[in-house]
Design a protein around this ligand. Sequence first.
Ligand code: PEP
Ligand code: MN
Length: 342
Amino acid sequence: MIIVMKKNATEAELEAVKDAIIRLGYKPHAIQGVERTVIGAVGHEDKTPLQILEQTEGVEAVIPILKPWKLVSRDIKPERSVVDVDGVIIGGKEITIIAGPCSVESEEQIIETAQAVRAAGAKILRGGAYKPRTSPYAFQGLEITGLKLLAQARSLTGLKIVTEIVSVSEIDLICEYSDMIQIGARNCQNYALLKRVGQTRLPVLLKRGMATTVKEFLMSAEYIMSQGNYQVVLCERGIRTFEDSTRFTLDLNCVPVLNELTHLPVIVDPSHGTGNWRYVTPMGRAAIAAGADGLTVEVHPNPREAFSDGPQSLKPEKFTEFMSEVRKIALAMGRDLAIPKI
Ligand code: PEP
Ligand code: MN
């Protein structure tokens, strides 16, 4: 249910409505809109009807949310949300670029990459310290050493960092070192992990599962938000289809679909979505044209030697070209993308 407060409702009236929602057995989520506050009341639908709140001071209307996703829905918040990654905004006029290696491999590799992507205009450095690999024998990540190297790269470059969590047991360490938590495709429907990350207040980059429908993807975001963490960015990264000329099929349809169904920012990962560095720039351009708020891209100083995902990683000089190509589309779309002058 959405409890729409009157434009002139007082703070005390808002608090009283929240208390009443709790007494009726639901959880209140206050969402500040441009003109008024609405409260999402979520819980098991077999509880006492909330219509009774229509008589409460300060309440304008009580409206049911018919879709299974509630807090992520545009019904509750028609205007778009922005996510603030320690000062870097995702979902504003500016297109946000996240770039870095698939895995953090060494001090030299992460610092060199961080400096290169920063010089080209990226705002957030990516790099896995805990890697979810298909083979148990493949490189699993540097773990805490990797987190420390990311933090070192942040202090040298000023970039914010995002890194993947693969299990609940790493949550405290990742919150200590990272500015944003990535939930990878393989964990998109790991509900225990989604709930735990929802209990933190760190922004979350939620990647779509490779066999997850848009509706299921939205329900995964709802898991995070249901715990009170509203800082969620959705990321399309390619889905499994019969097509095998690319690693995955980048489902750019989902960008306008998500933009219609949810107020959350949407970004696209053309690296995993194609699996081939040669297709990263064209699909990055296409994603921005489709309405994405940003891109996450793999960059490695020496892709041939990369411990993971070398074939889809751009070299730093290719990343610089990528940025200027994407910028053209961003400007055509009425967005901004600042590229530092060399
Ligand atoms: C990654 O970002 O390196 C990664 C493992 O991505 P995905 O979860 O989309 O496969
Ligand atoms: Mn990767």
